[in-house]
Write a protein that binds this ligand. Structure first.
Ligand code: ISL
Length: 590
């Protein structure tokens, strides 16, 4: 049964601070810049901000490489600025959740500096250090690693291969040789982002204290970065699937002690607080998700999962392309909605700072940009779960027209493209098409506030850290707020509807016409305390063609009004009708 919780009713707005608003004209967004825009967030009506990492960091992965968990990156401001942001949000009843990155730190974190210094350092086991292997023995073993020797450096005279065959998410081996002690350390991401060792009790204690420290500073919860990677199996065995996209995933995703660690986090830090926790977890089944977020789970509020973000890839992973279909999207998301209907809670998103812009990927960023952006918004705000808006989504911001790899800043893109080219999985002539389509930098171009030279993200004379999309003349917040028919106003209406109608939050989701190739049709139903039932019917025409909607027989003729739509229509009842390109309708059957 549905317990009321603030985070179920909330709409979350995700801020990538580097690209949001620059207050001091150095080309990089900052915390005072966010404060200037709190009123904007309040006008839009969002209830909670998820702030991407703002901690001290050398910036190898834009802040996901943390060198001090309790300090704010200079470029972004001071702790006093952060406190002022927290207060400005709270004054407007907007909550604040922080990114929690505890699978790895920066190599500049003092724990790693000490850990690296000597084998007998008391910090040695804060990370994963292992001896290398003898290449001849590895060559003879059945799980022979296929790691490319060009991918890792060992000094002259050191004839070793990495301790196991695991790969990094950014391409190449998950191990780097360190000359200081002649051992290798594990990193599932960049080599400058070593994985911490959760087996070490002292490390766990440090993490719990750090989380408490932030909660004491008045935050409302955490978005937990790659949280299902933190448990590694004993002995760090080779992968059983040498052909996997990221080799070793079968061993380090949802590792053996993951539930122990998360329950410990809950018991030690979160129990008794009203915090929201959202676990970023790729490679998860519905059944596994329940063990994290279900009634008998580890106490997390919700999961961020990625099945629907894989529909446009082949088995070769992110650096491949596969034509997705609306029906596959409907099936994939419905699988999660139905799977967690009675136990657990979903996050609703179609883009974030790691993904292309949703209107370019799942909508139409040309002729029907406005209509399709509104349709996707209708979907996200009328499904059962917590909607996440990624900055600029509410303007219908699009992918960036990258011309060459030189314009790309993202370490993940650069390394993976290089690895895919080297292994022959990606042909040179396909590189730029795929980069334009897929790079995480699509999400990281500056927020488009108006049509001035740098879109008012930074001073007109400054070169911003990422180029501003040239379409800022047509797509920007100032124009959108002046136009009552804009995507921005549509989001605002959707957000306020969720506050008026409990059925949008707590209502059951029932998929109708499930076999339809282009229409996504569902009802949301909530039995009210007075014994009435509140029902909405959502009809989405996924594509640029007109489509005939034949309502399910039991609904034909039902009295209805139009609650919200991206087109005008006079509705008195549910009838057969021809839907226009990307038309989205929410019928109120009350
Ligand atoms: O970007 C990806 C595909 O969407 C993934 O490979 C991504 O790295 C993975 O989803 C984990 O993401 C999180 O942790 C990374 C960081 O680079 C991402 O920005 C973050 O969201 C390492 O901390």
């Amino acid at each position: 049964p549905d317990e009321r919780r603030w985070w179920k009713e909330a709409v979350v707005y995700q801020i990538y601070p580097r690209s949001f608003n620059d207050s001091d004209g150095n080309g990089v967004g900052d915390i005072p810049g966010i404060i200037e825009k709190v009123e904007y967030l309040d006008d839009l009506g969002v209830d909670c901000v998820w702030l991407n990492p703002v901690y001290e960091s050398p910036g190898v992965d834009n802040g996901y490489d943390i060198s001090d968990y309790r300090a704010i990156l200079d470029e972004f401001g001071t702790m006093a600025d952060w406190e002022a942001l927290r207060d400005a949000l709270h004054e407007r009843d907007i909550r604040l959740i922080m990114d929690l990155v505890v699978n790895h730190t920066s190599d500049e974190h003092e724990w790693f500096v000490k850990s690296q210094s000597a084998k007998d350092s008391e910090y040695r086991d804060y990370y994963w250090w292992r001896e290398g292997r003898d290449p001849d023995k590895v060559a003879a073993s059945p799980n022979r690693t296929t790691l490319d020797p060009d991918d890792y450096d060992t000094p002259d005279g050191v004839n070793e291969v990495p301790p196991n065959d695991w790969e990094s998410f950014f391409g190449g081996p998950a191990w780097t040789y360190d000359e200081r002690t002649g051992e290798w350390y594990l990193h599932l991401f960049d080599e400058r982002m070593p994985d911490v060792n959760w087996e070490t009790k002292a490390l766990r204690e440090e993490m719990f204290e750090m989380m408490e420290w932030w909660l004491d500073r008045g935050i409302d919860g955490f978005r937990m970065d790659v949280i299902n990677l933190i448990s590694k199996p004993d002995g760090l065995p080779d992968s059983d699937d040498p052909t996997a996209i990221v080799r070793g995933a079968d061993k380090f995703v949802n590792g053996p002690r993951i539930h122990e660690y998360l329950s410990e986090i809950y018991d030690r830090v979160l129990a008794g607080t009203d915090s929201m926790t959202v676990g970023e977890m790729a490679d998860l089944t519905v059944k596994q998700a329940k063990d994290f977020v279900g009634e008998d789970g580890d106490g997390m509020s919700m999961v961020f999962t990625f099945d629907h973000m894989r529909l446009d890839m082949t088995d070769a992973g992110r650096w491949s392309y596969h034509e997705w279909s609306p029906r596959e999207l409907k099936e994939s998301m419905s699988h999660w909605l139905e799977g967690l209907a009675d136990d657990g809670w979903n996050s609703l998103f179609l883009n974030n700072h790691d993904e292309p812009r949703m209107v370019s990927r799942f909508g139409d960023d040309g002729e029907y940009r406005t209509e399709s952006a509104k349709l996707l918004a209708t979907l996200l705000h009328t499904l059962r779960g917590t909607p996440y808006i990624y900055q600029g989504e509410e303007l219908g911001m699009t992918n960036y027209p990258f011309d060459s790899l030189d314009e790309v800043r993202d370490v993940d893109t650069i390394k993976n493209v290089r690895a895919a080219q080297r292994s022959g999985r990606l042909a040179d002539e396909d590189v730029m098409d795929l980069v334009r389509y897929r790079t995480r930098d699509n999400a990281r171009t500056p927020m488009q506030w108006d049509d001035s030279p740098n879109a008012d993200f930074t001073d007109p004379d400054t070169t911003p850290w990422m180029p501003v999309n040239p379409n800022k003349d047509e797509i920007n917040a100032a124009d959108a707020r002046d136009d009552p028919n804009s995507i921005w106003h549509y989001y605002r209406d959707l957000i306020s509807l969720r506050k008026e109608r409990d059925v949008l939050v707590y209502g059951d989701y029932d998929l109708r016409l499930s076999d339809h190739e282009r229409l996504w049709v569902y009802t949301r139903t909530l039995e009210t305390d007075e014994g009435r039932s509140d029902t909405l019917l959502v009809v989405l025409n996924f594509g640029g063609d007109e489509t005939v909607f034949e309502p399910p027989a039991d609904l034909v003729g039902t009295d209805a009004s139009l609650l919200i739509s991206n087109y005008d229509a006079d509705i008195e009842s549910v009838e057969q009708t021809t839907l226009r390109p990307w038309e989205a309708r929410v019928y109120d059957l009350a």
